[in-house]
Write a protein that binds this ligand. Structure first.
Ligand SMILES: [Zn+2]
Length: 295
């Protein structure tokens, strides 16, 4: 029997935020969330996802803020629960804030599991929480799980949770302290290619590009342009710089498929379309971007 030396057991504390990102755990979280099944508000899967988020935030020592309200939608009244987990909160009332966000609800469609669309965004934020639990930042980092991003699809609606939260932060004055907002969406796609989303704040995209370059991941970022209506738009609308970190080409593209690819909003959005490697590339790049912005 060979006993590994202490330094080879992988128990050494990571020296940086991006090195603290555990892609194996992120993949496990994605599988766990996908196993909950359909996850639009009111479903058992949605409640299980909420509980998982709260359990991880508690384990990781986050300060939790709830943003609960009832949305009036074309499909009726829907209870909406945005969840905010805060890390490295100082006593300074002017401490800058940076937000990493993603939606945890799924499309309201029978049999839709959303391993990538809803699952990967939920999971990568859970792994961000695990990384932040042991890493100091000067900025206050908020992880925001938005709800009812997908809407009811009675009338092409959506973005309910983000709209409500962005307005609340504008109204109570906290938006002035928010230095930026990165939205993670569909970034578990095993064929990862993050779009240069046209409405996003260019200066923040440049920071992500610099981080990707440093990690040798440039080929996965900003190789094509597109415009996506996503949660980041609501934060841009209240003056917060924001980037949609979105892989907008999910599976084959073309006239026979949805505009975001063959697996987008299809019941084939399952775990076999997600990879640990894509979660690793996105997770490490985003956390290094936060480190660069924290200097
Ligand atoms: Zn979607």
């Amino acid at each position: 029997m060979i006993v590994p030396a202490a330094g080879l057991r992988g128990q050494k504390a990571p020296s940086s935020l991006h090195d603290a990102f555990d892609s194996q755990q992120a993949y496990s979280y994605t599988a766990q969330v996908a196993s909950f099944g359909e996850r639009w508000p009111g479903t058992t899967g949605h409640a299980k996802t909420e509980k998982l988020i709260h359990d991880v935030l508690k384990k990781d020592g986050a300060q939790v803020e709830a943003d609960d309200f009832t949305a009036m939608t074309p499909g009726g009244f829907v209870p909406v629960h945005n969840i905010i987990g805060k890390f490295n909160v100082s006593a300074d009332p002017r401490q800058p804030i940076f937000i990493l966000a993603g939606h945890y609800d799924t499309l309201h469609k029978a049999g839709f599991i959303g391993a990538n669309d809803g699952g990967s965004s939920t999971a990568i934020l859970l792994s961000f929480a695990d990384a932040l639990a042991h890493q100091k930042t000067r900025m206050q980092i908020w992880l925001v799980w938005t709800d009812l991003e997908e809407g009811t699809f009675v009338d092409n609606d959506g973005l309910y949770g983000s709209r409500h939260l962005a307005k609340k932060l504008k109204d109570d004055g906290r938006s002035d302290r928010i230095k930026g907002f990165f939205l993670l969406d569909m970034i578990g796609d095993k064929d990862l290619n993050v779009a240069r989303e046209a409405q996003s704040t260019r200066a923040l995209q440049d920071v992500i590009a610099a981080a990707a370059k440093q990690l040798n991941y440039s080929r996965y970022f900003f190789q094509y342009d597109t415009a996506i209506t996503d949660d980041h738009v609501e934060f841009l609308n209240v003056g917060i710089p924001a980037v949609d970190v979105v892989d907008a080409e999910f599976g084959r593209m073309g006239p026979r498929f949805d505009g975001m690819g063959e697996f987008h909003h299809a019941n084939t959005d399952t775990m076999d379309k997600v990879s640990r490697s894509s979660l690793e590339i996105t997770g490490r790049t985003i956390l290094l971007s936060v480190e660069l912005l924290d200097r």
